[in-house]
Design a protein around this ligand. Structure first.
Ligand code: NAD
Length: 462
């Protein structure tokens, strides 16, 4: 067990102001592996002051130099990929292979994409008789969740740095160790003191103080819709900018002409990956009534194959929450095709890969985000019915459409109320804007769209 006592503020590791700590638990064996300080108002205040002090110089740093620092950050993250993967596995529970490819790999790609964008983005443009300057918003408060712990930090920090903003990161309490590695990488990459600061701590304490801080110009939050709503209200009340990446209940629409086996297998893999803890996971599979029974059988077989390969969910609280949803699905009349609420192992926060059939659109398991390895398979009568079901939740983060030809899938995707749709299993693109329609959020992350969230415009007329 390792007891860490510092927070990264003003370019150095400083002892926390208060004595409280947060225990970090390995979800695979329930052992406490480390403690980190639980930041208080003093720590947040010191970090925001450091970010404010560093702002003028960083904002005035030429984009090419900001790009060079981001490239250095990408290189450090790439060099430390193995250590990052092991850390994510220890605190999140993700299988090591997934930690390597996704949790450690994607941040390298995203940091690299912003190194390029910082160098090439038009921070100045001509509009008629005006010059429009795209200037940094200022000091950013970045509050992140645990499910893709490093990716979610980099998806905020990299565009903020490219834009010329400085920031204070408050990572999730369950996964602070990879956030500490990120701060070390920032230091190694030669990013000037105070430009990036890290305060570990509890959401309702350190997170809330950061969101409410009068010297924070933009709050960028990823997490639950419930907390996002509060942060949105705080920011609006203080007239500060806010970006919210929230929950989802995305639909995987399998049109009658689709390759059913492929659509189902990729769909199940999408839900089970990261133990179902992916905000954009396609947790509702929509299948035409004529192919429904076949799809359920395929989905159950695919889920059963995950049996031993799936990691635990992040915490006992999350496990209980997910099991509660499985019990609710049964109580509301859905039929278990695979998995169930029973603990599959004696130790660790494991949940069986679960597939529900005979799910109807109004059921809780078809409406609420479960954030565990649970798939609901729904039946539709025709395309309009499929669209009604797909669009029939408060969320709109992602989705998928499968059809015999791309044009047919795209025509359906155009009618979906959601921020991102994968066509016939389209691949992840770190440059494509990511974010939600409806209650899935406000604003976009990644690529040029993500960068623009950290910029504000000034028009000069001639
Ligand atoms: P959460 O909302 O409980 O916590 C997210 C972060 O907010 C954590 O750092 C937490 O400490 C902090 N926080 C909690 N209460 C706070 C408060 N009162 N004031 C300020 N900060 C506070 O969510 P979680 O359980 O960590 O993450 C799971 C949720 O995140 C899911 O709903 C998931 O869909 C969502 N999520 C969304 C995206 C996206 O990009 N849309 C990505 C990942 C996760």
């Amino acid at each position: 067990m390792k007891a860490y006592d510092g927070m990264y503020i003003g370019g150095a590791w400083r002892p926390a102001a208060g004595p409280d700590v947060i225990e970090v638990v390995n979800p695979a064996d329930e052992q406490v592996i480390a403690t980190v300080p639980a930041g208080t108002v003093e720590d947040v205040d010191a970090a925001v002051r450091a970010a404010r002090t560093a702002l003028p110089a960083w904002a005035a740093t030429p984009p090419a130099e900001r790009a060079a620092r981001l490239a250095a950050l990408r290189d450090v993250l790439a060099a430390r990929q193995e250590e990052i993967a092991e850390t994510v596995t220890a605190e999140l529970g993700a299988p090591l292979k997934l930690s390597g490819t996704v949790h450690a790999g994607v941040p390298v790609a995203v940091a690299g994409s912003y190194a390029e964008l910082a160098a090439t983005y038009a921070f100045e443009e001509r509009v008629g008789n005006s010059t429009v300057l795209h200037e940094p918003v200022g000091v950013v408060g970045a509050i992140t969740p645990w499910n893709y712990p490093l990716h979610q930090i980099v998806a905020k920090a990299a565009p903020a740095l490219a834009a010329g903003c400085t920031l204070v990161v408050k990572p999730a309490e369950d996964t602070p160790l990879v956030a500490r590695l990120f701060a070390e990488a920032v230091h190694e990459a030669g990013i000037p003191a105070g430009v990036v600061n890290l305060v570990t701590g509890l959401g309702p304490v350190a997170g809330q103080v950061l969101a409410e801080h009068q010297d924070v110009d933009l709050v960028s939050f990823t997490g639950s819709t419930a907390v996002g709503r509060r942060i949105g209200a705080i920011a609006t009340g203080m007239v500060k900018k806010v970006a919210l990446e929230l929950g989802g209940k995305s639909a995987n629409v399998v049109l009658p002409s689709a390759d059913l086996a492929r659509a189902v297998n990729v769909g199940v893999a999408n839900v089970m990956s990261n133990s179902g803890q992916t905000c954009s996971a396609w947790t509702r599979m929509l299948v035409h009534r004529d192919r429904y029974d076949e799809a359920v059988e395929l989905a159950a077989a695919a889920a059963a194959k995950y049996g031993d390969r799936i990691g635990p969910v992040v915490s006992a609280r999350q496990r209980d929450r997910v099991r509660g949803y499985i019990e609710k699905g049964l109580a509301e009349g859905a039929r278990l095709a695979a998995g169930g609420p029973e603990a599959p192992r004696e130790k660790g926060f494991y949940v069986s890969p679960t597939v529900f059939a005979d799910v109807t659109p109004e059921m809780t398991i078809a409406q609420e985000e479960i954030f565990g390895p649970v798939l609901s398979v729904l039946r539709y009568d025709d395309e309009d019915d499929a669209l009604r079901i797909a669009n029939g939740t408060v969320y709109g983060l992602a989705g998928a459409v499968w059809a015999g030809d791309e044009t047919e899938a795209v025509a359906f995707a155009r009618r979906m109320d959601t921020g991102q749709v994968d066509i016939n299993g389209g691949r992840f693109n770190p440059l494509a804007p990511f974010g939600g329609y409806k209650q899935s959020g406000v604003g976009r992350e990644l690529g040029a769209h993500g960068l623009s969230e950290y910029l504000q415009t000034k028009s000069l007329q001639f």
